[in-house]
Design a protein around this ligand. Structure first.
Ligand code: AMP
Ligand code: GLY
Length: 426
């Protein structure tokens, strides 16, 4: 098969690595890709926002499957547009990608189909939103409705913060994504990322993970896209997994089919495991980044076979097998992240760092004058496996110690919750 992978981050590097291991693969193309992906794929410059250019490329290169990494093109309808040209695409339609593209849409779906989630209100104007917040009080969570690159959520611990967040949203801080706002109850518990591979009718469990969103050790400092992750998530016990499937995923699949927008692709449920059980925080309609990196390290089956089955509506006949090992990834970021990262610093020593079995996925790198340089906020994902999360953690940090990149930084405690559990046996 000829495959075109869209995207340029660590998630896409991990997907490329796994797709390249498939005996079904003839040739992999990636756009725009990155230097790490370039080891497995021919990198092509396509204007991904121009769906007809992508379609013309697919026809010329006889692409049998397009795999879409990030949410932006999905919400913009790339899957529908390519399918209209007869091209097979792994990823949800525009209508199904509303599960990520509109938080209000998802909350209404939860209300309609009785899916456990935080209590909420949906508002198109400041006065009504303010009145709701004043009535409910803090802590409370304010969310821009649309895609805001992970920045549209404010956890307001005081009424003042909540009102300021509402004003910022309606003032255009997130552009059109903030023209509508969801205000919701503040949930407490432990978070987990839960994945299902879906074909419109069937949702196949596709692994669990936990990520670390805060930039600093001890889960402190500003939110980021994710500073590291590990899989599996210990909080997702067999009972919690069953409940999540029954109470959240299956009603969502039925609900979406009911609305005429069956969901096919990767459904990524961000969960809060509360005293009452799992509650949905949000859906994403793509793999998590960096969660994908740890999932790919543990997936024993051929990813292309599974993606094909999802596209062809054949998942009812499939299973996915996972290694019993744990996997852990540490994000190395460029100084300045999550603000403005410094670009262009030279990174050395990756081959040596990877010599002990670690996989180093590129997230934001470029080649400049023959040298590998930082070219984004999150730059490298140093990933390892082990019989325990603790062992995977040791291996990942040992690899990091061998990387020569003084301008990079990472958290030093990725996986702490799971490692604590392993040490205390709880
Ligand atoms: P989201 O972009 O919706 O994933 O939100 C980003 C982060 O904000 C989540 O990973 C949670 O840590 C936190 N969060 C979002 N919604 C809530 C909520 N209702 N209660 C508590 N924390 C939340
Ligand atoms: N790591 C969280 C996300 O991909 O949304």
């Amino acid at each position: 098969m000829n495959v075109l992978l869209l995207g340029s981050g660590g998630r896409e590097h991990a997907l490329a690595w796994k797709i390249a291991a498939s005996p079904l693969l003839t040739k992999l193309y990636a756009s725009p890709g990155n230097p790490g992906i370039g080891r497995f794929a021919e990198l092509v410059k396509l204007d991904i926002a121009d769906h007809s250019t992508v379609a013309a490329f697919c026809q010329e290169k006889k692409i049998d499957l397009v795999v879409v990494g990030p949410e932006g093109p999905l919400v913009a309808g790339i899957a529908d547009d390519l399918r209209a040209w007869g091209i097979r695409v792994f990823g949800p339609s525009r209508a199904a990608a509303r599960l990520e593209g509109s938080k209000g849409f998802t909350k209404d779906l939860c209300a309609k189909f009785n899916i456990p989630t935080a209590a909420y209100g949906r508002f198109g104007d400041l006065a009504a939103a303010k009145a709701y917040v004043e009535k409910t009080g803090a802590p409370i969570v304010i969310k821009a409705d649309g895609l805001a690159a992970g920045k549209g959520v404010t956890i307001a611990m005081t009424l003042e913060e909540a009102l300021a967040a509402l004003e910022a949203c309606f003032d255009g801080a997130f552009g059109s994504a903030g023209a509508e706002v969801v205000v919701e109850e503040y949930l407490t518990g432990e978070e987990a990322s839960f994945f299902c591979l879906c074909d419109g009718a069937t949702a196949l469990r596709f692994g669990t993970a936990q990520d670390h969103k805060r930039v600093g050790d001890g889960d402190t400092g500003p939110n980021t896209g994710g500073m590291g992750a590990y899989s599996p998530a210990p909080v997702m016990t067999p009972d919690m997994t069953e409940r999540t499937m029954r109470e959240i995923i299956e009603p969502t699949m039925r609900g979406m089919a009911n609305l005429g927008a069956p969901f096919a692709g990767i459904l990524f449920a961000g969960l809060m495991i509360t005293d009452q059980g799992p509650k949905l925080i949000e859906y994403n309609t793509r793999f998590g980044d960096p969660e994908c990196q740890v999932l790919m390290m543990r997936l024993k089956d051929d990813l292309l076979v599974l993606l094909n089955a999802a596209v062809d509506g054949q998942l009812a006949h499939m299973s996915a097998r996972w290694s019993d090992d744990a996997a852990l990834t540490v994000v190395m970021a460029a100084r300045g992240y999550p603000g403005t990262p410094e670009k262009g610093s030279v990174i050395r020593g990756l081959d040596e760092a990877a010599s002990d079995g670690a996989e180093i996925f590129h997230a934001g790198t470029a080649i400049n004058g023959g040298a590998l340089v930082a070219n984004g906020g999150r730059v490298l994902n140093v990933t390892a496996t082990g019989t325990t999360v603790g062992e995977a953690q040791k291996k990942a940090y040992a690899a990091i110690d061998r990387i020569d990149w003084p301008q990079g930084f990472c958290r030093h405690d990725i996986g702490w919750r799971a490692v604590d559990r392993e040490q205390t046996g709880k």
